[in-house]
Design a protein around this ligand. Structure first.
Ligand code: PEP
Ligand code: MG
Length: 537
């Protein structure tokens, strides 16, 4: 079993097609051509075929996808793009080698841009490069034409056109080592109902034969045995039945069968994720992870980039509460150039520990948050807190940033409530020592791994690292009670909140606020409506 990030809900099972095996690079065709004129004609034909393929695709897809493909079409038809390739071919280089080099240079230029828009467009250039190289090596060939029906496309990442040229009419899914739930492909996958999981880590896709993709829990099973297949079929039937019934609960505030209200918020990472969520379906954002901002090709993000990302989510929420967590790098989330290489990174310098160690980088994030706070109902949350003075030190830096912004003439700043993740056991054991925090949010993923000594990334100990172990539940209850006594709101934003087998046990211990994967909203709200809290699940 492999755990990644849920990018598009649904269940799929089928034969694996390794994406990298179908990618074409020019190395194999480096023979010096005898006739540059023939090479130029070959490139012209490939560009022409690529335009025709894209035009046909544009007719078949929705408005969003068409807009992206039109950009690619315009690029292909722009002579400037292929001019360096034409010059190299005239000088005696083979067409594929010349075109690959020209596009690689253009891609590097886009990736180095300060502008998010251009960086995002580099994926389109990769797409163009691959399409034209494929057409140069096999004239007329379309991507995906050799895929078996219902295939699971597995690999490092997938381009939008590879997605669009795949025939999904008989099922299929996507399992990626990298990728992101807010990529264009993930949006397309959600729109088409194609199950997709990203961030699985190295896959060795070429050695896999079959796979099951569960886009709701972000889980993939490679080469499942017959028992696993049967389990998958039963799950698929149940999910289809439940999904139909659950949709009726989306528009309503969540209430248990006894009428007890439960606040249901969503977890997001990249700001574009909110585009696919109706804010009326939830009570705001209970956790916005900000690590994604630090993984861009441009390196560490500047204040303006962060401010724009936070502001977008606050405006989308239209007054609903939005909890943005400061950088939680380290552990299973290394950031090149920022995190420290350690023998045991989960017990090392991650989360708030790293931010306090690198105040220069932390201050940029706090300044962006203070500026964004005026655009909505923001709360800021610190990850991996284990010492009471970490809250005071972070709060002191926050205040200093606000003063600094005002001194610079930026009046529109505000210090939002500052809360903490409860994910290190010492906080849950003695929460009364952490009342400098304005609110608590239980991180059941880390809390469970630290309480049970079972790594969250290890499939072998998954049965030990259970969020409904009595020890974990006791700490959840202690945190809830401490929050009630000290009037600090308590929520839970780990995956346990979306787990229908665990959720009743959490609510039975007094929890009334959860933050869950957006794809799970309907079924979680429906399941709350059926719960009687006197029964401890
Ligand atoms: C958690 O630990 O439960 C949590 C929500 O944080 P993350 O999964 O980002 O570590
Ligand atoms: Mg955590």
């Amino acid at each position: 079993m492999r755990k990644g990030r849920a990018a598009s809900p649904g269940l799929a099972s089928g034969p694996v097609v390794a994406l990298e095996a179908t990618a074409i690079r020019a190395e194999a065709t480096t023979v010096r051509p005898a006739d540059p004129a023939a090479e130029l004609a070959r490139l012209a034909q490939a560009l022409e075929d690529a335009s025709v393929q894209l035009s046909v695709l544009i007719e078949r897809v929705d408005e969003d996808a068409a807009e992206m493909l039109e950009f690619q079409l315009a690029m292909i038809e722009d002579e400037e793009l292929s001019a360096p390739a034409v010059a190299a071919i005239t000088g005696g280089t083979a067409a594929p080698v010349a075109f690959e080099a020209a596009l690689d240079a253009a891609i590097a230029g886009y990736l180095a841009s300060d502008d998010d828009y251009f960086r995002a467009r580099s994926a389109d250039l990769v797409d163009i490069r691959n399409r034209v190289l494929r057409l140069l090596s096999a004239p007329g060939a379309a991507e995906g034409s050799q895929d078996p029906k219902g295939a699971i496309l597995a690999g490092v990442d997938i381009t939008p056109s590879r997605f669009l040229e795949t025939d999904w009419s008989e099922g299929g899914g996507i399992a990626l080592a990298e990728g992101s739930p807010s990529s264009h492909v993930a949006m397309l996958a959600r729109a088409r109902g194609v199950p997709m999981v990203t961030g699985l880590g190295a896959l060795d896709a070429a050695k896999r034969v079959t796979a099951i993709v569960d886009g709701e829990t972000g889980t993939v099973w490679f080469d499942p045995d017959a028992a696993m297949q049967a389990q998958h079929e039963a799950l698929r039937t149940r999910r289809a039945r439940e999904a139909g019934a659950a949709r009726a609960y989306l528009d309503k505030p969540a209430r248990t069968a006894c009428g007890e209200p439960v606040s249901v918020m969503v977890n997001i990472a990249e700001p574009d994720e909110v585009d696919g969520i109706d804010p009326a379906h939830c009570d705001g954002v209970g956790l916005m992870r900000t690590e994604f901002l630090f993984h861009g090709p441009g390196g560490l993000p500047d204040e303006e980039t962060q401010y724009r990302a936070y502001r977008k989510v606050l405006e989308w929420a239209a007054g609903r509460s939005v909890t943005i967590r400061t950088l939680d790098a380290g552990g299973d989330k290394p950031v090149p150039g920022l995190t420290i290489a350690e023998a045991n990174p989960f017990l090392g310098c991650r989360g708030i520990r790293l931010s306090l160690l690198r105040p220069g980088i932390f201050r940029i994030q706090l300044r962006a948050l203070a500026r964004a706070a005026v655009h909505g109902n923001l709360q800021v949350m610190l990850p991996m807190v284990s010492q009471p003075d970490e809250i005071e030190r972070a709060g002191g830096l926050f205040d200093a940033c606000i003063e600094e912004l005002r001194a610079e003439g930026i009046e529109a700043v505000r210090r939002p409530p500052l809360g903490i993740m409860v994910e290190v056991p010492c906080v849950a054991i003695t929460p009364e020592r952490f009342l400098a925090a304005d609110f608590f949010s239980i991180g059941s993923n880390d809390l469970t791994q630290y309480v049970m000594a079972a790594g969250r990334d290890s499939a072998e100990v998954a049965d030990i690292g259970r969020a409904d172990d009595p020890a974990v539940l006791a700490l959840v209850e202690a945190t809830v009670r401490a929050g009630e006594a000290a009037k600090r709101p308590v929520s839970l934003c780990g995956d346990a909140g979306s787990d229908l087998a665990v959720l009743p046990k959490l609510l039975a211990r007094g929890l009334r606020r959860v933050s869950i994967a957006p794809a799970a909203l309907a079924r979680v709200k429906a399941s709350i409506a059926a719960m009687r809290l006197d029964a401890d699940g």
